[in-house]
Design a protein around this ligand. Structure first.
Ligand code: HEM
Length: 176
């Protein structure tokens, strides 16, 4: 990833050579693309890392900690996440949408190329993640985000994120 930022714009286009002609570099100054990609990657790490922590680490801790303590910890984490995650999602979706604009030709006809199809599925799954977030926020506000629902939403988002990351890499390396 880091080496992408050190190369000039024409070289960058060559690196993305797995999708020749798919990206419309005229749609935005080419120099801004690597910074959007960096922001997107940092957002994906922050978001994916948070979900990984909650599903894999926190759930593993549950059986070693009294229920009362766990409820307090989950409440604290939930409050902090409510402050931080909206900004992470803003960076992730804002940069993702800006980059996707350059691929709008491929997205307009997703069945015409493997890249277009994989990117379209990736975006649909990302929108589903956003839907999960909105549902969780609405339930929390109404005091109906009980532990079982909370865990179910986390597990579903975790599975989404794993598939999204696989698709994000596959779309540049898998061709049919
Ligand atoms: C949960 C939400 C999302 C996650 C976890 C995620 C994750 C990723 C990852 C890991 C990459 C690969 C970055 C790299 O190779 O350095 C990527 C690439 C990309 N994502 Fe996302 N993404 C998300 C949402 C979105 C959304 C909402 C859009 C557009 C509407 C989007 C559009 C793109 C595009 C166009 C690329 C290709 C960038 C490139 O390598 O040139 N992503 N995403």
């Amino acid at each position: 990833m880091a080496h992408l930022l050190l190369v000039d714009a024409p070289t960058l286009t060559c690196i993305k050579g797995a999708t020749p002609g798919v990206r419309d570099d005229a749609a935005m100054p080419t120099q801004s693309y690597p910074y959007l990609l960096l922001l997107h990657l940092l957002g994906a790490i922050a978001f994916g890392g948070t979900v990984f922590f909650e599903v894999v680490i926190l759930e593993g801790v549950r059986r070693h900690v009294p229920e009362r303590v766990m409820t307090l910890v989950e409440g604290g984490i939930g409050k902090r996440a409510q402050q931080v995650i909206p900004w992470v999602l803003l960076a992730l979706f804002g940069s993702g949408l800006s980059m996707a604009w350059q691929y709008r030709a491929a997205l307009a006809n997703p069945l015409a190329s493997s890249f277009g199809l994989l990117l379209a599925i990736k975006i649909i799954l990302a929108l589903s993640v956003f839907g999960h977030f909105l549902v969780a926020m609405a339930l929390r506000r109404r005091g109906r985000l009980v532990s079982g629902v909370f865990r179910g939403i986390h597990l579903s988002v975790f599975c989404h994120v794993v598939v999204i990351v696989l698709l994000a890499k596959a779309m540049f390396h898998v061709n049919w």
